[in-house]
Design a protein around this ligand. Structure first.
Ligand SMILES: C[S@@+](CC[C@H](N)C(=O)[O-])C[C@H]1O[C@@H](n2cnc3c(N)ncnc32)[C@H](O)[C@@H]1O
Length: 244
């Protein structure tokens, strides 16, 4: 399976440096405003949260600042990323960072035990994303949330202009990296992501676009009709749903 490094022709250290340098603009005030309103409002005070393909661990550090006493897990397939993340401070949160190939390995969590799983700029590189999505669905608690942020398809001209004007890549690098990465970054449309989430058993709760290149989706495991009915019956006083 291709990796971010093989696709972009960069070393682990290059990718690490790029993720660290661009973190503040990728997770700026707009992101946290959306997060607070659409994700944070549904989380318990001390949530269990997982970041898949966590890179240098900076999103987990940001979450630790907002949720003291939370339990955090970060998984990444690149040793340099996990090593960087392990030396960050997570305050009073309990953070565990580990090497894991999320595309092929199960998540080391019991079923229904996680309140939030995040995945940012990772899933598009997987040859087949449904296995990882099934694992995310499995570990989420009832009502748990999946925050997916990933590249969406853009016309070639727009994509190259984005690399030149927003990422500020010098012309030669913009052309070299742009043509090389275009197929990977332009794999899925917004509709494709929506379809994938539904096909993997998620109900889409919210979505937004804070950058031209990426879309953010908030989803929760779809409750099968029989389970929804059981939950409904459990809360009616006699255990019998009222007649319509
Ligand atoms: C573009 S970086 C994004 C890092 C981080 N999510 C962020 O937004 O800053 C992609 C990360 O996904 C990791 N990755 C790629 N394939 C993976 C896999 N199969 N399992 C776990 N991590 C993976 C890479 O090592 C890299 O750290």
């Amino acid at each position: 399976m291709p990796t971010h490094q093989s696709l972009s022709g960069s070393s682990d250290e290059d990718l690490l440096r790029r993720m660290v340098e661009t973190h503040p603009e990728r997770y700026g005030p707009d992101f946290w405003a959306f997060f607070s309103a659409r994700v944070g409002a549904s989380l318990p005070p001390r949530p269990v949260m997982i970041d898949l393909g966590c890179g240098p661990g900076l999103l987990l550090r940001d979450l630790a600042e907002r949720y003291s006493g939370s339990t955090l897990y970060g998984y990444d397939v690149t040793p340099a990323m996990v090593a960087y993340g392990r030396q960050l401070s997570y305050g009073t949160a309990n953070a565990t960072l580990a090497l894991l190939d999320v595309a092929t390995q199960p998540l080391p969590h019991d079923t229904g035990t996680v309140h939030l799983t995040t995945m940012s700029s990772v899933l598009h590189v997987f040859d087949e994303p449904l296995g990882a999505l099934a694992e995310i669905r499995r570990v989420l608690a009832p009502g748990g949330l999946f925050l997916l942020q990933d590249w969406i398809r853009q016309p070639l001209e727009t994509y190259l202009a984005y690399r030149r004007d927003v990422l500020k890549e010098p012309p030669a690098e913009c052309v070299r990296r742009g043509f090389r990465l275009f197929p990977a970054h332009n794999k899925y449309t917004t509709e494709d992501w929506q379809w994938l989430l539904a096909a993997a058993g998620f109900t889409l709760l919210d979505q937004t676009q804070l950058r031209a290149s990426h879309r953010i989706f908030v989803a929760t495991p779809t409750v099968p009709p029989d389970q929804a009915r059981n939950a409904f019956m459990a809360v009616t006083s006699a255990g019998v749903p009222p007649k319509r």
